[in-house]
Design a protein around this ligand. Structure first.
Ligand SMILES: O=C(O)C1=C[C@@H](OP(=O)(O)O)[C@@H](O)[C@H](O)C1
Ligand SMILES: C=C(OP(=O)(O)O)C(=O)O
Length: 446
């Protein structure tokens, strides 16, 4: 009981009196790590992952693959040049096993299409909210491709037969790009490969499908994505690959927002020159909000403007950035409109409801629209920011808490979904000796 109480105590968000000036190394990309783990497990030969993310979502993926039979070992960093990571040796998969998906979309949408290749039952379940996240698109598609599955959401069971016919399938992936990515990642191992045709409102988060295609090609798989909304994966072997995992650019955004909100500057080392990560879009978004954004020699530097400007933006492709942008919008000097993100209602929580409720709890003026949020700046006050078990809600609360005294963030530990030690990183950011001692300009809107 005492442990539980300690775990759920609200975190007093640190307030700063001076601008944040810090250099932050962010851990590996969740999206790349979970794709690399799965492709490594489905490959013909051994793979390695350099600098993978080790957080709840990726440890759940690794645990599920190990339970199926995959051998995943730690590689220690043995010199200044060698980076710690994982060595993955593929093996035939056997059930029955139970897979805990936690609240990870990449586990619950990527593993059922792979587990049809196991011999035996693979039972999936997850956190209470995971049971409400949309799943039926990918499950119906798998049934159309020859799989036997019970359930339309978690909990569900895949009755693996060691192989799948595959072929062509029509899906409505307007609720999540992960339905498409999940089918493509395993498709090369189906007898006929897979062709996924999307019919419906536009697919969100397209950069994530591009990442899937890029990584499949890097593993020697032939993918045809020349026709819009159609992806064809030819059957064939997946090659063992040495994956270098990039820093998670979406997880860099709260640290960049810390600079933007306090009149400071943040440097992120290791910003890739070319990437499929959706988080790369933060450069243009912060520039549009008035920040100065520079990339030089793989270091991204974001410096704050005198006042942040509001923004009117379609985030359909990069929805996972919305909580960070909404937090900054609440501090800007004019109204903001975030559009194209109705699908956020199926994320870790209904993010449109959660963001509007929590911004308004602090005295803000956020309104939910059919496909996004309207945010008018208002002077904010302290209060308890609820996280809804959503890592990005928690980090958005931390951003606001930097400049709004008296904000506590409920369940800060939920950030562990994709960042191993967010409170520690946040404290280190504020202790960074680059932090100037001059008083912070008042950057709060209005
Ligand atoms: O494939 C992936 O790694 C992801 C795809 C996106 O999901 P949606 O398409 O459901 O938005 C993104 O929001 C999520 O954080 C990660
Ligand atoms: C939507 C997200 O996660 P998931 O991979 O669980 O869908 C996210 O990280 O913003």
């Amino acid at each position: 009981m005492r442990n539980h109480e300690a775990m759920t105590l609200a975190w007093p968000a640190p307030v700063v009196e001076h601008p944040v000036h810090a250099t932050i190394a962010v851990p590996g990309s969740k999206s790349m790590t979970n794709r690399a783990l799965l492709l490594a497990a489905l490959a013909e030969t051994e793979s390695t992952l350099q600098a993978p993310l080790r957080s709840r979502d990726t440890l759940l993926m690794a645990q599920a693959l190990r339970s199926l039979g995959t051998d995943i070992q730690d590689i220690a960093a043995d010199s200044a040049e060698s980076v710690a990571g994982w060595r993955v040796r593929p093996a035939d998969w056997r059930g029955p096993i139970d897979v805990d998906c936690g609240l990870a979309g990449t586990v619950m949408r990527f593993l059922p299409p792979a587990s049809v290749l196991a011999e035996g039952e693979v039972r999936f379940d997850g956190d209470p909210h995971a049971r409400t996240r949309p799943m039926s698109t990918v499950l119906t598609a798998l049934r159309d491709l020859g799989a036997r599955i019970t359930g339309d959401r978690l909990p569900l069971t895949v009755f693996g037969e060691g192989a799948l016919r595959g072929g062509e399938v029509v899906v409505d992936a307007s609720a999540s790009s992960q339905f498409v990515s999940g089918l493509l990642l395993s498709g090369a191992r189906y007898a006929e490969g897979v062709t996924v045709r999307h019919r419906g409102a536009p697919v969100p988060s397209l950069p994530h499908i591009t990442m899937t295609v890029t990584m499949l090609r890097a593993a020697g798989v032939t993918v045809d994505d020349t026709e819009p909304d159609v992806w064809r994966v030819l059957p064939g072997p997946i090659a063992g690959t040495d994956w270098a995992i990039e820093p998670d650019l979406s997880n860099a955004t709260p640290f960049l927002a810390a600079a933007a909100a306090t009149g400071g500057s943040t440097v992120i080392p290791g910003w890739p020159a070319h990437t499929d990560q959706a988080g790369d879009a933060i450069r243009d978004i912060l520039a549009e909000m008035g920040c100065t954004v520079e990339v030089a020699a793989d270091r991204l530097t974001v410096s704050a403007p005198e006042r942040l400007t509001g923004i009117d933006i379609d985030l359909h492709d990069v929805g996972e950035l919305s909580p960070t942008i909404a937090a900054l919008a609440a501090l800007a000097n004019g109204p903001s409109r975030l559009r194209g993100i109705a699908h956020l209602r199926g994320h870790e929580t209904d993010r449109l409801a959660a963001l509007s409720t929590e911004i308004n709890r602090l005295g803000g003026a956020a309104t939910e629209t059919e496909d996004g949020l309207l945010i008018e700046p208002r002077p904010l006050h302290g209060g308890q920011w609820q996280s809804y078990a959503d890592h990005r809600m928690a980090t958005a609360g931390a951003v606001l808490g930097l400049v709004v005294p008296g904000v506590t963030v409920e369940d800060i530990e939920t950030t562990n979904k994709t960042i191993p030690d967010f409170p520690g990183m946040w404290a280190a950011m504020l202790d960074d000796e680059d932090c100037a001692q001059r008083p912070r300009k008042d950057v709060q809107g209005v």
